[in-house]
Design a protein around this ligand. Structure first.
Ligand SMILES: [Zn+2]
Length: 238
């Protein structure tokens, strides 16, 4: 009963308006100030407003932000910004530069995500949160990357002529990192990119064992050991 009422209340405070030819979804909440969000992939405009805000308040606010809204929408559409993942059935996720379909399975005997045909199977309990699903998939990427490293490392150490002290995989901001003592860390998201990207990052980090900065000499080494590095770097950061 409570749930039914709750849904009713939500609907009461949920509204749509067309202001200056911009479609706005308005959600009234117990907040002090109005704020706007422009959402990928199609630039949907969501406005959160205080319970006390009148239609006039909302129209005035949206008009004052019109330029900003249009600029944001243009950016999202022109740059093909994707909506954040929800880790639902049928969603596309990349592995080694190829797209796979996600399939959730609830089977207590399956502990880890696995790949079969064109599908990544994600074992998760029913009604799990997005964070939990992401964690299970991240573990899958970690395992994939760790399995790929030995062969790539072997190839790249032969090219560069240096060996790292250790290699770790973790979530990080950059694609890779190399400490002066020879410890290399790789971003687990490299498992989403194609194998050439992993080789490029590996060569980059190994080159730091010769030249610790990104100066002229470093670039010379990259040109020598990975002639296509500029092109691969661009693809990696797309
Ligand atoms: Zn570097």
């Amino acid at each position: 009963m409570f749930f039914k009422n709750f849904k009713y209340i939500i609907r009461l405070f949920f509204n749509h308006m067309l202001i200056e030819n911009i479609a706005i979804t308005i959600v009234k909440k117990n907040i002090k100030h109005m704020y706007l969000r422009i959402l990928p992939p199609d630039g949907e405009v969501k406005l959160s407003a205080p319970l006390s805000a009148s239609d006039e308040d909302i129209i005035r606010f949206v008009k004052s932000k019109k330029e900003w809204i249009l600029k944001k929408q243009k950016y999202i559409l022109e740059n093909d910004i994707k909506a954040p993942h929800k880790y639902d059935n049928g969603e596309k996720h990349c592995l080694w530069g190829r797209e796979y379909t996600l399939q959730l399975i609830s089977n207590r005997n399956v502990k880890h995500a696995f790949l079969k045909d064109n599908t990544i199977y994600l074992p998760i309990p029913k009604r799990s949160t997005i964070e939990k699903r992401k964690k299970v998939l991240d573990e899958f990427y970690r395992k994939e990357l760790k399995a790929a490293i030995p062969q790539v490392l072997d190839k790249c150490t032969k090219i560069v002529g240096r060996k790292p002290k250790s290699i770790n995989v973790r979530k990080m901001k950059n694609w890779g990192n190399c400490k002066q003592d020879g410890r290399i860390t790789l971003n687990l998201n490299l498992a989403k990119k194609d194998m050439e990207c992993l080789e490029y990052v590996m060569i980059h980090e190994l080159c730091h064992l010769i030249e610790f900065n990104h100066g002229k000499n470093f670039k010379k080494l990259m040109d020598e050991f990975c002639p296509k590095w500029k092109e691969i770097k661009k693809r990696l950061n797309e």
